[in-house]
Structures are given as C-alpha cells and as structure tokens.
Design a binder for this molecule. Structure first.
Ligand SMILES: Cc1cc2nc3c(=O)[nH]c(=O)nc-3n(C[C@H](O)[C@H](O)[C@H](O)COP(=O)(O)OP(=O)(O)OC[C@H]3O[C@@H](n4cnc5c(N)ncnc54)[C@H](O)[C@@H]3O)c2cc1C
Length: 473
C-alpha cells in the first residue's frame, strides 16, 4: 500500500469550514465557581445538543446547562461522514435481533429523523447541506454479494420492499460507474449533511433557546446524589438531573462500560473535482457504502469533493480516547486505498485532508439510553458509527428520561431492550483486536480474489459463535 498523501490531523475540514463561516468565534465562557441547574448535560455533540433543545421545548421552565470540554462539534459530531439515516439500512441486522414487531417499531421511529432534521433546519433558516439522495450499498467483491441479498430479503419479508430496492450491476452503474461495483441495494431513507454546519447550527439553536453553555469545561467527576454534583477544573455544578452525552468517553464509565468499546474511523477528503464526478456519473448525491464489515463509506459534497471513510481503525482500551483515534496513519492509508480501488475514475484527483475519531460500538451495534440505577443520571451511547441521524432520537429519549415521563421515546427499543455485555478488559481489547485483524485479512483476500487464510476465517467467525455482533461475519 502506498503511503497516504496526507497525514490525519484535527480539526476536521468540516469543523474548520463551519467555524470559518461563523468568523471563527470565541468559545463560550468556561464554568467558573459553583452554580446550579435543573438539568446539566455533559457533551456538546448532536446528542447533548438535541437533548437540550428537546428539554427546552418540553419544559421551558427548566434551567438547562450544557458543559463541553472543548467546543461544540469537537468530537465525532464535527468529524463524521455526514450520512443521516434511520434503521432501514440496517434492517437485515435489527430484524433477527429485535424480532419483527420491535424492529418495525424502531424502523418507524427512524423514519421520523430526516423529516425532523429538515423541518428543524428550515424553521431556523439554516443551510446544513441536507441532500436527500438515498444510500447505495454496493457489493465490491463476490464475497460481499450476500450482504445485498440479505438486505433486500429482510425488507421484502415484512412487506416493505420499497425500503431496500435491488439494483443490477447496470443499474448501479447508472448511479455511479466503477469497474469493481457489482450488484447493489438502494435505500431511499438516507441523506447527507455538512456535519460541521449541523452541529454549529444546533449550538446556535441551543443558545437561542436559553440554554447556558460552558465550553472549555471538562467534567472530571460525576457524583451521584440529590442533587448530583459535576466537578470541573473551574467550579462545580449541582443539578437534580444529569445527562451524560459524552459518546466514546462513556466507554470508561460504569455502567455504560459493560456494553461499549471504541473503534477508530478515518476519512480522507479530496479536492473539488466536479468534472471527474460527472464523468463517473455520480451526480445524484447518493451516499454509498460497500459490503465490508469494516466498511468503506463515501459521499460527495456540495462543492464537488469526495469523502471516503474506513471504519477499520484501531480498537481502544479501557475507554481511553487517545491519539489512536485521531493520528492513526495506517487507517487513513486504508481509507485512501479504498478511494483508489473503489473509484479509479478519480485517479489524479488529489486528497487534501484526512482525519479520524472514535466510534462508540455496542455489542449489538445499536445505541442504548438508560438511567443509572438508583440515580437521576441518564446516559446514552453505542451508535456504532451511525449516530448522526439516531442522535435526533437519542436527544428525545434522554430528555424524556430526565423529565421522568413515560412516553413513546422512553418506550423505544433503544431505551428498553437488553443490551448484550462485552467481555471484560483485557479480553475485550485482545479479543477485539484479533477479530479485527482476522476480518480485515479475510476482506482484503476476498477483494483480491484469494481464499482467506484458514486461521483468519476461524477467528473472524468467533463473535457470531459467541452470539455477538461485534466483528460478526
Ligand atoms: C470519522 C467518523 C465518521 C463517522 N461517520 C458517520 C456517518 O457518516 N453517519 C453517522 O450516522 N455516524 C457517523 N459517525 C458517528 C457519529 O459521528 C457519532 O455517532 C455522533 O456524532 C455521536 O454524537 P454524540 O453527540 O453522541 O457524540 P460526540 O460528537 O462525540 O460528542 C460528545 C462530546 O462530549 C465531549 N466530552 C467528552 N467527555 C467530556 C467531559 N468529561 N466533559 C465535558 N465534555 C466532554 C466531547 O468533547 C464531545 O464534543 C462517524 C464518526 C467518525 C469518528
């Protein structure tokens, strides 16, 4: 593999672009001294910000404070690929996991996400580059063909075939032409956004809604009580209700740590190349994924760039979110290699930027939202690389948990299902690392038309034998 043309670094191009459009504003003031709130939210990504908005909407009398360790959008909410979807694209996995009734319930909840974001952005006059072009899942090797077939069969089995439409290789080529694309499946329920513009628009909305925001305010200790106490370097906040929306950082916090681990995901972004896109016919704004387990995800931008991501980054240890999640050159390299293999029509188009971030992976690949038993501390994570849309649901669920209401949100499968536990450390890191190596070895061999080595095949099959979705093939 050739070295990447660009080393991964932060901030992401998205966040840099969004901040530049705002005139590079100063962060909100850090918390100084002791204060109180009715609800204190930790984390200024999509989850924390949607939670704050839902709370102010449902209970405008409550004093809501949001604490963010850096600036809003510093985390994956300002770095992601910008795919926005509910659960039809994952229906083949959630159907056996939840059963037909609950899977349809979740898919129905997911159907509200894109219209919800669209209506919200329109009501605020915010342009977040929302393009509703659907998502194409393509098989890029014979071994990936079953992924397409399973997706089509799952939607058809519940009489919702319109949510996973099979495409022949010729029909795929009409949307985007690549010599390695085979058959595909089209999911109408997907949009793309400019993640940086979305998270910063949410920050503006939260401030307009009267939420008190402190940036540059890491919470260093969470003490459960009545009220709860959140300790920060400059002071403390006491609040009856606490919402922890810190995503990957929750992997180190019990009880969430039992169900969560972190993987890295990295993207490369090309220079604008609208002519090259026109040449390969990719002008419909479709988001695309391949059929790998550690998938490639790719999309175009309003200014004719291509973002190519690879979810094959390193696995974390004990919840530490360190440089493995933002400076891992081999994963950026794999993303760039994916760009060159999957879209050879873009040869000569330069990669301008690369960056990465942590993905909070749950054992069944679905997020979960809970209240810590015996406390008024609510939390949610586990989006498993698919949180841009679902955080809209997460915000509503966490707001209802904080308000103590029994409603459609607190009854969602995301709030009520049993989440499988992951093995304890160091088995989680060692086992997860081995499975990751094995799956990557299998997928590389399959793409090159070789039979994967027997050891890799055996290790890659382990999670399924143990009843886990993590790294399942
Ligand atoms: C490279 C990459 C590509 C991705 N692509 C997609 C995609 O295309 N589609 C999709 O659906 N999902 C994607 N994801 C996942 C998606 O970005 C996340 O699921 C989503 O942003 C989660 O939002 P969040 O608000 O829960 O978390 P975050 O965005 O991580 O926000 C959490 C915030 O908490 C803050 N914080 C952490 N600890 C503390 C503390 N102790 N005190 C105060 N603040 C703290 C952090 O600074 C951060 O700002 C991608 C992720 C990555 C990394």
């Amino acid at each position: 593999m050739s070295p990447p043309s660009i080393e991964p670094r932060l901030p992401s191009w998205w966040l840099e672009d969004a901040l530049a459009r705002e005139g590079d504003p100063l962060p909100a003031a850090a918390l100084e001294g002791d204060t109180t709130a009715d609800v204190a939210i930790v984390g200024g990504g999509y989850t924390g910000l949607w939670t704050a908005l839902a709370l102010r909407e449902q209970a405008p009398e409550l004093r809501v404070t949001l604490l963010e360790s850096e600036i809003c959008g510093h985390g994956p909410s300002g770095r992601n690929g910008g795919f926005v979807h509910g659960y039809w694209g994952a229906f083949a996995s959630i159907l056996p996991l939840l059963g037909e009734e609950r899977a349809l319930e979740l898919a129905g909840e997911g159907e509200r996400i894109i219209p919800g974001i669209r209506a919200w952005a329109e009501s605020r006059g915010e342009d977040v580059w929302l393009i509703e072009g659907g998502m194409l899942e393509v098989s890029a090797a014979p071994a990936q063909d079953p992924v397409v077939d399973k997706a089509v069969a799952a939607a058809a089995s519940v009489d919702r075939a319109e949510h996973a439409v099979p495409l022949t290789p010729e029909q795929v080529a009409q949307r985007v032409s690549s010599p390695v694309f085979r058959a595909g499946v089209f999911y109408p329920e997907c949009a793309t956004v400019h993640p940086g513009l979305l998270v910063r628009a949410l920050r503006r909305a939260v401030l307009d809604a009267g939420v008190t925001l402190h940036e540059g305010t890491p919470v260093t200790d969470v003490r459960a009580g009545s009220p709860n106490e959140l300790v920060t370097p400059g002071g403390m906040i006491r609040a009856r209700e606490v919402v922890l929306a810190t995503n990957a950082a929750l992997t180190g916090w019990s009880p969430a740590s039992r169900n969560l681990t972190n993987f890295g995901s990295y993207v490369v972004l090309t220079e604008p190349a609208p002519e090259a896109l026109a040449e390969i016919g990719w002008t419909g704004g479709e988001a695309i994924v391949d059929g790998r387990m550690f998938l490639h995800y790719f999309r175009t931008t309003n200014d004719g760039r291509v973002l190519m991501g690879s979810g094959s980054g390193p696995i974390g240890f004990g919840g530490r979110v360190d440089e493995r999640f933002s400076r891992d050159q081999p994963t950026a390299e794999r993303a760039e290699a994916g760009l060159r293999r999957l879209l050879p029509g873009l040869t000569g188009v330069r990669v301008e930027r690369a960056w990465g971030g942590p993905i909070d992976v749950s054992a069944d690949h679905l997020p979960f939202f809970r209240t810590k038993p015996g406390t008024r501390i609510h939390y949610g994570a586990g989006y498993s690389g698919h949180g841009v849309g679902p955080a809209w649901l997460g915000g509503r669920i966490l707001a209802s948990l904080a308000l103590g209401t029994d409603d459609e949100w607190t009854r969602s499968p995301l709030a009520t299902r049993d989440v499988p536990r992951l093995p304890r450390e160091p088995f989680r890191r060692v086992g997860g690392g081995l499975v990751r190596w094995a799956i990557m070895a299998c997928e590389a061999a399959e793409e090159e038309g070789r039979r994967p080595p027997a050891t890799a095949r055996a290790v890659a099959a382990l999670p399924r034998l143990l009843g886990m979705e993590l790294g399942t093939r």
